[in-house]
Design a protein. Structure first.
Ligand code: NDP
Length: 451
């Protein structure tokens, strides 16, 4: 689908000229703007008030030096980022990613997506994202702690419980959040819900750890049921083996699916008897080892090494359902075609922007189900929103209470996306529905708040 509307085209062309070196960001913006054509044409105020020109520009970008001392006494330097993209409907909210591929383009694409995702949750949260090119892999706990402390020493002056509330993302789990929270508290001398994904002993919410993976499966289940299908008896392939992937495995197994393949950046495992999420949890969260270690637990499983720069064979494993839960652009057009040729009925995104535009076009041409990340992985940030509510109340809700709210939110997001798609003449197109439903609330708030 290409954009025809002159106003949208002029905004996109201007952005391409100014941000030519930010490919992931431009990809995320183009994907949203394509869906907004009928919305812009139906209401002239969006163009009159240049809402699109404003929404693609972050309110604030912070970049900073993060110096730290490694175990050998050497001084290392990384680059830190926080992009505060849009606060029209609430304080900035979005994760921190620690991964060597992090740059401004990646953080801006994630922050832009986060605006619409947070809006879809119906909770009062604006969009933001941050992180660093620091790689926690292979670092000692002491090194990770010193890095996190240095990172927070600068970040703390830009965030706060009513300003900007970061959370985890790739490379940022309970350990990193703990060290950053400790440093924030020490410098600011206040115990507030300034980060989410905290440990249970100091303000975390039950079910936050599980929320993105569980939420993805609640969303997928709603979409499957709406199309007369379910997880029951389905072969499922999940990419990644981190936070999102592990709990997606647990929930879709509970819903009757069988997870036959999972991966990390070195390779993938195939176990036709179904992969037990508890083994992956131990390998990744306790041992912090590679997925290949699975063979020590299940010798009958198969392991295939991934070669950097070569196609990822994971998507050629025949499956009914694909849950990409690793990283951006991990399913290219050829991967999508391989999935479709093997009979895949749906791709439900756990990671952010895991499908390239070519892959999405292939899903659409084949007519398979497609759940876009900003809707289907919104369960993590939604539960972060619930963690913020509990912190404000100074109360803790039970696992069942939070899980039930999460399920309700995910089913609500599916219904909102489906309704928006239908209203704007694209029935069944959940991708367009998500962009439209997410946009309308933020755009309306921006109109009310003036320029
Ligand atoms: P984790 O760090 O817990 O796990 C990431 C997994 O993806 C690991 O298995 C990792 O393998 C793999 N991976 C990461 N980068 C690459 C890469 N470039 N190539 C191949 N594999 C890679 O992260 P999360 O599970 O938290 O996040 C996964 C995705 O879900 C991300 O896109 C994130 O933005 C998104 N997301 C996460 C949310 C959350 O609540 N955590 C909320 C919403 C979205 P390896 O260990 O080898 O690097």
């Amino acid at each position: 689908m290409s954009i025809q509307n002159a106003y949208l085209l002029s905004v996109l062309d201007g952005l391409k000229a100014r941000s030519a070196h930010e490919p992931e960001f431009l990809q995320a913006v183009e994907e949203v703007l394509e869906s907004l054509e009928p919305v812009i044409e139906a209401d002239p105020r969006y163009e009159q008030q240049n809402i699109i020109g404003r929404i693609v520009e972050p309110e604030r970008v912070v970049m900073f030096r993060v110096p730290w001392v490694d175990d050998s006494g050497k001084v290392q330097v990384n680059r830190g980022y926080r992009v505060q993209f849009n606060s029209a409907i609430g304080p900035y909210k979005g994760g921190l990613r620690f991964h060597p591929t992090v740059d401004l383009s990646v953080i801006k694409f994630l922050g832009f997506e986060q605006i619409f995702k947070n809006s879809l949750t119906t909770l009062p949260m604006g969009g933001g994202k941050g992180g660093s090119d620091f790689d926690p892999k292979g670092k000692s706990d002491g090194e990770v702690m010193r890095f996190c402390q240095s990172f927070m020493t600068e970040l703390q002056r830009h965030i706060g419980p009513d300003t900007d509330v970061p959370a985890g993302d790739i490379g940022v789990g309970a350990r990193e959040i703990g060290y950053m929270f400790g440093q924030y508290k020490k410098i600011r001398d206040e115990f507030t819900g300034v980060l989410t994904g905290k440990g249970l002993s100091y303000g975390g919410s039950l079910a936050r750890t599980e929320a993105t993976g569980f939420g993805l499966c609640y969303f997928a289940d709603a979409q499957l049921r709406d199309n007369g299908m379910s997880f029951q008896g389905k072969r499922v392939v999940i990419s990644g083996s981190g936070n999102v992937a592990i709990y997606a495995n647990q929930k879709c197994t509970q819903l009757g699916g069988k997870v036959i393949a999972m991966s990390d950046s070195n390779g993938y495992i195939v176990d036709e008897n179904g992969i037990d999420h508890k083994i992956i949890k131990e390998i990744k969260e306790v041992k912090r080892a590679r997925i290949k270690t699975y063979l020590e637990y299940v010798p009958t499983a198969k392991y295939v090494e991934t070669v950097a720069g070569q196609p990822n064979g994971l998507w050629t494993v025949p499956c009914d359902i694909a849950l990409p839960c690793a990283t951006q652009n991990e399913i290219c057009e050829a991967d999508a075609k391989a999935l479709i040729a093997n009979g895949c009925i749906g791709v439900f995104e756990g990671a952010n922007m895991p499908s390239t535009p070519g892959a999405i076009a292939a899903y659409q041409a084949a007519g398979i189900l497609f759940a876009p990340a900003k809707a289907s992985n919104a369960g993590g940030v939604a539960t972060s929103g619930l963690e913020m509510s509990q912190n404000s109340e100074r109360l803790s809700w039970t696992f069942e209470e939070v899980d039930a709210k999460l399920k309700g939110i995910m089913e609500g997001i599916y219904a909102a996306c489906a309704a928006a798609a239908e209203k704007y003449g694209m029935k069944g197109n959940i991708q367009a529905g998500a962009n439209i439903a997410g946009f309308l609330k933020v755009a309306d708030a921006m109109l009310w708040q003036g320029i």
